[in-house]
Design a protein around this ligand. Structure first.
Ligand code: ZN
Length: 561
């Protein structure tokens, strides 16, 4: 299902609020050239053909709309191999004879069947262009069986598909492919815009092992040859990188949260630690349901699955490798004493169920919708669980991780994950937005509305900007653009004239239309200033040092002269 709320540019003019959209496009374009001048070489390099094949929503992706996947594989721990097929059902959106599916070049395409017809295909790097003998008709539904096999290579930060062993020497095989893409281990439409409405995952593994995948467990069937097939059913749209196999000597325990199931899978040696640590899942659910509404994948249930890497937001089967201890890998992640109060991976990765998995970005360039929001969700968890003071401390501690060297939103249509600022600056931007709104009831209502409006959709930043502008009745586009599409923070310039007893003030930003309120305190009085990028002057008797700006609630630079 293509779930873009906001389709462009290939679909022609967007509807509604054309002025805002036009502004967003112009800025996105400007931003690319500004980026080229400022950025370090890694991001500055031109895209490769592989980046474009993977990132672009080109003709052979845009001509169809995914309906479902059924991935049936056999995983052989001895040979470190995978073999099987993906049955891909899709609806054609226009007449065409070719579609693009992705599979890394180091895996074999065994055959691609359309009914009983063997299809021709062409491979280019990690893309597979599949040709049909006659025109597929727009509006009609079709299915192909894509058979493949091979030995996936371990790659990327989380392993891609990794054949490892547990401390007892048993097979422990996990997939985690967010950056590298689902096509490192299975044939799929490896992009962010289109998701199937549902998926079945069937995994045959040696009889003594357990497979935990996404969705609802649908039973296991001994195959009589030493292998057992484990069947899972995902009853919601799912990002392809979220699809996961976790194969090992898992033990299982469970719990309930209100009317939903919680299932936990860990290696036997970690059972005690897990029973203690995973109790935090309940508090996580309570906090996020409080702010946003019900857990988004209730029919599939919520799972935590023990893995050898730190963790990943695999939908309804969140993977966990945080050593059954609070903080992040036993560190005080933000360094101010708040992080040791909770398990970072349980809170962060599960937060993605709301932002990342339910509300998803339609292009990797907008990945702050996953990471900036979920980092902000950590702070909401802290506020709900430990109070507002801790939350303020926690979010402000993230400033030390921000670089402000590249825009958070990168060039669209190229597979290139945005810089790390998408996490921390993204969260600090949302915190700033809360203080622009300056009314907690209104802010929390707005958060819930954003989530409810966009859940199960793949959106772009423009959708969020339009939504906030409409709900708040003001044009915050330049504010979003300065924080997300520009590298530099807004700087509040204050020029004191002590003989005249005045202070002049303005925002120094790249966005000419930038106007953002900010709270100041001087001479025992607090008030809200409304600076723009033009100078304004007001009476002031306070010395520069005694003129305070609420930088704990607004993430900005302040320069006093
Ligand atoms: Zn994350």
């Amino acid at each position: 299902m293509t779930r873009c709320v906001f389709r462009r540019p290939m679909k022609g003019r967007p509807t509604g609020r054309p002025r805002l959209y036009a502004a967003a496009f112009g800025l996105a374009f400007l931003c690319v050239s500004a980026q080229a001048a400022q950025e370090p070489p890694a991001i500055d390099r031109p895209p490769t053909r592989a980046d474009i094949l993977r990132g672009e929503y080109g003709r052979y992706r845009a001509n169809n709309d995914l309906l479902s996947y059924h991935l049936e594989v056999r995983v052989d721990p001895q040979n470190k191999s995978i073999a099987g097929r993906n049955t891909i059902r899709f609806r054609m959106l226009r007449d065409d004879t070719r579609i693009q599916i992705d599979l890394y070049a180091d895996l074999n395409v065994d055959k691609i069947l359309f009914g009983t017809t063997l299809l021709k295909y062409e491979r280019e790097i990690n893309a597979v262009f599949i040709d049909f003998p006659s025109t597929l008709k727009g509006g009609r539904e079709y299915a192909i069986d894509f058979h493949y096999s091979g030995n996936p290579k371990e790659r990327g930060r989380f392993g891609g598909m990794a054949f490892r062993t547990d401390p007892q020497g048993n097979p422990w095989i996990n997939t985690a492919c967010q950056g590298e893409g689902s096509s490192v281990w299975w044939p799929s439409k490896d992009q962010w815009r289109d998701e199937p409405e549902e998926m079945r995952i069937s995994v045959a593994i040696p009889d003594d092992l357990v497979d935990v995948s996404n969705g609802r467990f649908d039973g296991k069937t001994p195959l009589g040859d030493g292998y057992t097939r484990w069947d899972w059913h995902v009853q919601y749209p799912i990002n392809s990188y979220d699809v996961s196999l976790n194969i090992g000597k898992y033990v299982h325990f469970d719990d309930r949260y209100e009317d939903m199931t919680l299932d936990f899978y860990v290696l036997p040696g970690s059972l005690e630690g897990a029973k203690r640590q995973f109790a935090q899942a309940r508090g996580m659910l309570a906090a996020f349901e409080h702010y946003f509404g019900e857990y988004p994948f209730k029919k599939d249930g919520y799972k935590l699955v023990h893995v050898p890497y730190s963790g990943m937001e695999h939908q309804s089967a969140v993977t966990y490798g945080n050593r059954f201890a609070n903080g992040y890998l036993e560190r005080d992640w933000t360094g101010v004493g708040i992080s040791p109060k909770f398990d970072f991976i349980i809170i962060h990765e599960s937060g993605h169920e709301w932002f990342g998995n339910a509300v998803s970005a339609a292009d990797v360039s907008d990945m702050w919708i996953h990471e900036g929001w979920t980092t902000y969700l950590e702070d909401l968890y802290v506020e709900y669980t430990f109070g507002k003071e801790d939350a303020l401390k926690y979010i402000n501690a993230y400033k030390s991780k921000v670089r402000n060297q590249q825009p958070i939103i990168t060039q669209r249509g190229i597979h290139r994950p945005p810089p790390q600022d998408m996490y921390f600056k993204g969260a600090l931007f949302l915190h700033t937005l809360r203080n622009i709104v300056n009314d907690d009831d209104k802010w929390f209502t707005l958060l819930r509305e954003v989530y409810q409006r966009f859940k199960y959709h793949n959106i772009l930043t423009e959708d969020l900007v339009q939504f906030f502008n409409a709900r708040l009745g003001q044009d915050l586009t330049p504010v979003f653009d300065q924080y997300l599409r520009r590298a530099a923070l807004p700087t509040l310039e204050l020029v004191f004239n002590e003989p005249e007893r005045t202070v002049a003030y303005r925002w120094k930003t790249d966005e000419r239309g930038f106007a953002m309120p900010i709270d100041v305190t001087a001479a025992g009085k607090s008030w809200r200033l409304l600076p723009t990028t033009d100078w304004a002057v007001m009476a002031n008797s306070a010395a520069p040092d005694a003129f305070e700006v609420a930088t704990d609630r607004f993430y900005v630079n302040v320069v006093k002269r």
